[in-house]
Design a protein around this ligand. Structure first.
Ligand code: B4P
Length: 207
């Protein structure tokens, strides 16, 4: 399997870029934010629990999101690969993901991290809040809380993958097309380095 993580702070464009990446490279998109918002829309017990955390700008407990990812991996056992978007967000989630993937005899190939400063991120999230109806985007205090949580709980995940030599930073400011081209070229390079994997050079050239 060819597995990628798209990493970055809230509003850095993970969701925006993920949609394009999965279309171009034929990966399964696993966005924990989208999965949680679907649970909230369906008013499931998990969704009601998650909403309490998300509305305050906090992370949903690790065991909840890890369980969701586990069942998605099972559901798509024959996928050519996954794009993890917004997951892992804590070191515990990263360790759990490494374990789940190793049980399936696979691993993360690359972590692509979108770098955007907080001033730009705040502008984007406030703007999205005007139209999306997302309760975590409409209040600047909640947005600031999300940045603090990112610095304290999520940034250490970068070190986890730097130690494995899998981390690559990408400039996340510019047009959506420019950023997509930069991400695509990293993914092409990575796939070429793993021609043995599904989605590697040997198979993409036939597509
Ligand atoms: P997520 O759904 O993951 O969303 P996000 O971090 O807010 O945004 P993303 O980076 O995807 O930004 P987007 O492309 O939409 O998380 C929401 C919440 O769910 C978390 O706070 C947490 O509570 C919970 N959660 C999720 N996963 C969890 C986990 N693993 N563990 C625990 N809790 C979890 O872009 C943002 C805006 O910028 C958009 O309006 C977009 O149009 C715009 N934009 C994108 N690219 C742009 C560009 N290049 N220039 C200008 N604007 C751009």
């Amino acid at each position: 399997m060819f597995n990628l993580i798209l990493f970055g702070p809230p509003g850095s464009g993970k969701g925006t870029q993920s949609e394009r990446i999965v279309e171009k490279f034929g990966l399964i998109h696993l966005s924990t934010g989208n999965l949680l918002r679907q649970e909230i829309a369906d008013k499931t017990p998990l969704g009601l629990e998650a909403k309490n955390f998300m509305d305050k700008g906090q992370l949903v407990p690790d065991e909840v999101v890890i369980g969701m990812i586990d069942s998605c991996l099972e559901k798509h056992a024959h996928a050519k690969g996954f794009l993890f978007d917004g997951f892992p967000r804590t070191v515990a989630q990263a360790e759990a993901l490494d374990k789940l993937l190793s049980l399936k005899k696979t691993s993360i190939c690359k972590v692509l991290a979108l770098e955007v400063d907080e001033e730009e991120l705040t502008k984007r999230l406030v703007k999205r809040g005007e139209t999306s109806g997302r309760s975590d985007d409409t209040n600047e205090e909640v947005i600031r809380k999300r940045f603090a949580v990112y610095r304290n709980e999520t940034e250490p995940v970068a070190d986890h993958y730097k130690q494995q030599g899998k981390f690559e930073a990408i400039k996340g400011v510019g047009s959506i097309d420019e950023i997509f081209n930069a991400l695509s070229s990293c993914i092409d390079t990575e796939m070429a380095a793993h021609p043995d994997l599904p989605g590697g050079k040997a198979t993409t050239t036939q597509a």
